[in-house]
Design a protein around this ligand. Structure first.
Ligand SMILES: NC(=O)c1ccc[n+]([C@@H]2O[C@H](COP(=O)([O-])OP(=O)(O)OC[C@H]3O[C@@H](n4cnc5c(N)ncnc54)[C@H](O)[C@@H]3O)[C@@H](O)[C@H]2O)c1
Length: 309
C-alpha cells in the first residue's frame, strides 16, 4: 500500500527538521519552505529534490499549484516567522507571512480536499498568567506575533466551518534542541559556551519559560497527525515545567562541570517580557504522549554541537 502524503510547510526549520529526522517512515513527506530561516541541510538525508519545494507561502498561486501536484492527505503548517524581536521590528512582514501565508495554505487545502490539517500556533496567544494555562484559558496576545498566530487560529476555525476538515491547532511552548534557527535563550547560551566563554552575556534573567525538546514536540506532532479527530481541537504542547534563565545556565554548568558567570547586557534586554509561560499539557497527555527529554539531557547534546542559527 502506498504511503499517505504529508506536506510540511516550514519543514526545513527547527521543529520541522526534528519531525522529519525522527518520524519519516510512515508518510511520504513533501516540504515547502522558502529557506528564509530554515536550512535544507537539516533534512537532506531524508528529503530529496522531488520532495522539496523552495517556495514562499505568500505566493498563493504557487502554493495551490504545489498542492495540486502533490495532492497531500495531511498538512502540517509550520511556516511562519516567530522570533518575537524580529516580528516586532517587521510587523507587516510577520503579519503577511503568518496570516496571508496561512490563508493561502488553507485555501490550497480546501482546493485539493485534505483529510486533516495541523496548524502550529503558540503559547504567545495567551495573556500574562502566573499559573499554568490550559487550552480553555482566554486568549490575549501581547504582540504582533501572538496576534498573527491567533488570527491563524481563527482562520483555521473558519476553514473547518467551510470544509468540515478535521483541524488541529497546536500551541507550541518554548522549543529547544539541535538545529535552532533563531537567537533564543538556549542557543544564545550554547553559542557563547561553545566559543569557550565562561562569562556569558544575557538579557532578561527573571522570566521563566516552559522548555520542551524538539524530539518530544515531534513525537507529539506524530501522534496528532495519527489520531482520528472530528471538528477543531486545540492542544498545548509544552513540557509542563518552568525554568528560569538561571536554572538553564545551571544545567549548562552541570553538563560542562564548570562554573558560568552571567553578565546582564542591557542591549540584549527586551523592554517588556512576561515573567511566566507555563503549559498545562494534561489534554495532550490523555492521548498517551509523555515527554522524555529533560533539560540536562538536551543541554548535554547541545554542548559542542555547532549548528546554531
Ligand atoms: N521554536 C519555538 O519555540 C516555537 C514556539 C511556538 C511556536 N512556534 C511555531 O512553530 C513553527 C515552527 O517554528 P520553528 O521554531 O521551527 O521556526 P523556524 O524559523 O526554524 O521554522 C519556520 C520555517 O518556515 C520557513 N518560512 C518562513 N517564512 C516562510 C515563508 N514566507 N514561506 C515559506 N517558508 C517560510 C523558514 O525558512 C523556516 O524553515 C512556527 O509556526 C512557529 O511560529 C515555534
Amino acid at each position: 500500500m502506498s504511503k499517505k502524503k504529508l506536506v510540511i510547510t516550514g519543514g526545513a526549520g527547527f521543529i520541522g527538521s526534528a519531525f522529519i529526522s525522527n518520524f519519516n517512515s510512515e508518510y511520504e513527506i513533501f516540504v515547502i519552505d522558502n529557506l528564509s530561516f530554515g536550512n535544507k541541510k537539516f533534512i537532506s538525508d531524508v528529503i530529496d529534490n522531488q520532495h522539496f519545494f523552495k517556495e514562499d507561502v505568500r505566493n498563493s498561486n504557487a502554493i495551490k499549484s504545489i498542492f495540486k501536484t502533490v495532492k497531500p492527505h495531511i498538512v502540517l503548517h509550520l511556516a511562519a516567522v516567530h522570533f518575537i524581536p524580529y516580528c516586532n521590528e517587521h510587523p507587516y512582514e510577520s503579519a503577511d507571512i503568518n496570516i496571508s501565508g496561512t490563508i493561502n495554505v488553507l485555501n490550497a487545502c480546501e482546493d485539493v480536499g485534505v483529510e486533516k490539517i495541523i496548524f502550529a500556533s503558540t503559547a504567545a496567544v495567551y495573556p500574562i498568567s502566573n499559573v499554568a494555562v490550559s487550552e480553555n484559558h482566554p486568549t490575549g496576545p501581547l504582540d504582533i506575533y501572538g496576534l498573527s498566530k491567533l488570527s491563524g487560529e481563527h482562520l483555521c476555525n473558519e476553514f473547518y466551518l467551510k470544509t468540515n476538515t478535521p483541524t488541529i491547532i497546536c500551541r507550541f511552548f518554548n522549543a529547544f534542541g539541535p538545529n535552532e534557527t533563531n537567537p533564543h535563550l538556549i542557543p544564545e547560551i550554547q553559542l557563547q559556551i561553545n566559543e569557550g566563554k565562561r562569562t556569558i552575556q544575557l538579557g532578561n534573567l527573571e522570566p521563566k519559560r516552559d522548555f520542551i525538546h524538539t524530539y518530544d514536540m515531534a513525537k507529539a506532532l506524530r501522534l496528532l497527525i495519527d489520531i482520528p479527530i472530528k471538528g477543531v481541537e486545540i492542544y498545548n504542547l509544552g513540557r509542563g515545567i518552568e525554568y528560569s534563565v538561571k536554572e538553564i545556565v545551571e544545567a549548562f554548568e552541570r553538563q560542562l562541570g564548570e562554573k558560568i558567570t552571567i553578565e546582564q547586557n542591557p542591549d540584549r534586554m527586551r523592554k517588556s517580557d512576561r515573567m511566566h509561560l507555563l503549559a498545562d499539557v494534561s489534554k495532550l497527555k490523555k492521548l498517551g504522549w509523555n515527554p522524555t527529554w529533560s533539560i540536562d539531557d538536551g543541554v548535554k547534546t547541545l554542548i559542542d554541537f555547532s549548528n546554531v542559527y
